[in-house]
Design a protein around this ligand. Structure first.
Ligand SMILES: Cc1ncc(COP(=O)(O)O)c(C=O)c1O
Length: 413
């Protein structure tokens, strides 16, 4: 018993020390209470210490606002009324409904692949999918871009037999050097993303596929920040660049461009069937609620046949970038819809800037710091959706000018 007490005391001390260190470094995370208003996106009600007030959100990953589209909401409500709130079991235990099957067929068609498999989230699809793929053969060598998402890293680590090589971000010479150095006969997989969410830069998918072919490697591509947003029908950068057929496995989310919740992989029928049969993150967890799957299916069908939202997204992102440039604000160069604005002065300065934006200007932008990005590259991550107006851009740029002024002045001095 005294040993148990000692363990608990040591555990509490360790938790407290971690929290104190996070606070000291300015990296303690506080979740702003933002109540989404479906009919007014991107306006939210923010619940702060002085009561609720309306704010404009610039950091939603519902990049097209599809999570508030009336037809998406209607299909969600209708499916909940018809099928109930939850799936009631894993896919294996009465949790597979026709709507799951229809959504998987639509996702497979989106990427031009024979099959697709749903997961509870994009995180799970990477974690469970990559672990399963790398577990298929002994001694897999996996080549991972240095900026790959935590869920991909978790998936690679989950395959205990696999040897992981990290290549410098988007550096094809480094990737080729590592591929050359690996044993020629070993099974190889290159794992990378299309749009990188913190910098907004884009992978050269065709060139990576060239390297993969030259070195006999398979490819695994995370299109989480591109699905619905790029390509003629929203199939992502691989569709835009005409290379989806050269990628073995495409992974995506239903939570960002599609605006709902869930994740998936798409690929050859037998590969998808294999993952379905062995992935713990699918087999041992309850299926997506049918209402969620129905809403995602409606959203995906709208996105596939209506390119206007993609055009509007590109136009709004360009408008935001040029307004920031005209004001001389330090945005990081990005060819995508993600617009990071650098905040000099470390994590504390970045969080202070976000706090002031919210408190003084009724604007919410997420502060990004270590470990999501390297120390010294803290930033506010902005995304203009088709619903952000010119007036909202003007207000944001004016507010940023005021809020960032002290940090920029310190840097200039
Ligand atoms: C590159 C990448 N992959 C996967 C995920 C996880 O997706 P989800 O939010 O659907 O779990 C994220 C989340 O932000 C991501 O940035």
């Amino acid at each position: 018993m005294p040993e148990m007490l000692a363990t608990r005391a040591a555990f509490r001390t360790s938790c407290r020390a971690t929290l104190d260190a996070l606070r000291e470094e300015g990296r303690y995370r506080e979740f702003a209470r933002l109540e989404r208003l479906a009919d007014r996106f991107p306006v939210y009600r923010c619940h702060g210490p002085h009561g609720p007030r309306e704010v404009t959100v610039w950091s939603s990953n519902d990049y097209l606002g599809m999570g508030t589209h009336p037809l998406v909401l209607a299909s969600h409500v209708e499916a909940v009324a018809r099928h109930g709130a939850g799936a009631g079991g894993t896919r294996n235990i009465s949790g597979t409904s026709p709507v799951h099957a229809a959504l998987e067929a639509e996702l497979a068609a989106l990427h031009g692949k024979p099959a697709a498999l749903l997961f509870g989230s994009g995180y799970l699809s990477n974690q469970a999918g990559l672990s399963a793929v790398l577990g298929a053969l002994p001694g897999f060598h996996v080549f991972s871009d240095a900026k790959n998402h935590a869920s991909m890293i978790a998936g690679m680590r989950g395959a205990r037999d696999a040897v992981r090589h990290v290549w410098r971000h988007n550096d094809l010479d480094h990737l080729e050097t590592l591929l050359r150095a690996a044993p020629p006969g070993a099974p190889k997989l290159i794992a990378f993303e299309s749009v990188y969410s913190m910098d907004g830069d884009i992978a050269p998918i065709a060139a990576i596929c060239d390297l993969a072919e030259r070195h006999g490697a398979m490819t695994y591509l995370d299109e989480v920040h591109a699905v619905g947003l790029y390509g003629a029908t929203g199939g992502g950068i691989s569709e835009r660049d005409g290379v989806a057929d050269r990628v073995d496995i495409i992974e995506g989310t239903l939570a960002k461009g599609i605006g709902v919740l869930g994740g998936y992989i798409a690929g050859e029928a037998e590969v998808v069937d294999y993952v379905r049969s062995v992935a713990g993150g699918l087999i041992f967890t309850t299926a997506l609620p049918p209402g969620v799957a129905a809403a995602a299916l409606t959203s995906l069908r709208l996105l596939r046949r209506e390119p206007a939202r993609r055009v509007a997204l590109a136009e709004r992102a360009a408008a935001l970038k040029s307004a920031l440039d005209r004001a001389g604000l330090p945005r990081l160069p990005s060819p995508s819809h993600i617009v990071p604005v650098a905040v000099p002065g470390g994590a504390s300065a970045c969080r202070a800037a976000a706090r002031r934006l919210l408190e003084a200007h009724d604007i919410y932008a997420t502060p990004i710091d270590y470990p999501t990005v390297p120390r010294g590259t803290e930033r506010l991550r902005l995304c203009a959706t088709p619903h952000h107006t010119d007036a909202m851009i003007t207000a944001l740029v004016g507010a940023l000018g005021e809020v960032l002024q002290p940090a920029l002045a310190r840097r200039a001095a």
